[in-house]
Write a protein that binds this ligand. Structure first.
Ligand code: HEM
Length: 130
């Protein structure tokens, strides 16, 4: 069974990697390539959902109390306050973009961007892995 710090380090790498995809998709959008934006975000969508599902599944097998100290548990809890709502909105982001519901897509993108910023900061900077 992987140790707590290993789990957290893996989570950080995955959060950073999918965030790069999201940023690349926004660059594609700014460069006038909405199709590329859609493709990059299809990858972002699948990888993020796999990360969340994999992490949740892993937590079922790990004894959370012994794997993480109280500070790490608290940091994880705060991280999940952002990550779980992000994952809930993500299918709606994908659907609204894919279906061309531009107003809805843009409205959701404001909420999603705020939640993802929280997911990134709490995931990459505040989770202790040392
Ligand atoms: C976070 C900020 C985001 C902004 C500002 C944004 C904005 C946009 C805009 C302006 C379009 C073009 C709409 C049109 O011309 O009809 C678009 C298309 C699209 N977006 Fe986003 N988006 C964001 C995030 C996402 C995310 C997270 C996903 C998926 C999970 C996504 C999936 C798509 C898809 C699939 C399309 C259609 C691409 C195509 O035409 O083939 N977007 N987005």
């Amino acid at each position: 069974m992987p140790a707590g710090p290993d789990i957290i380090l893996t989570l950080k790498v995955l959060v950073a990697a999918v965030t790069l995809l999201l940023l690349a998709s926004l660059v594609a959008l700014a460069a006038g390539k909405p199709r590329l934006h859609g493709r990059l975000n299809a990858a972002f969508f699948v990888l993020t959902m796999l990360t969340v599902a994999g992490f949740e599944a892993l937590l079922q097998f790990v004894d959370v109390k012994s794997a993480f100290d109280p500070a790490a548990r608290e940091a994880l809890r705060v991280h999940l306050y952002f990550a779980v709502p992000s994952a809930i909105i993500l299918p709606a982001m994908f659907l609204s973009g894919w279906a061309g519901w531009k107003r809805l897509h843009l409205a959701l993108s404001v909420v999603f961007s705020a939640l993802w910023a929280g997911t990134f900061v709490t995931g990459v900077f505040f989770l202790p892995h040392g």
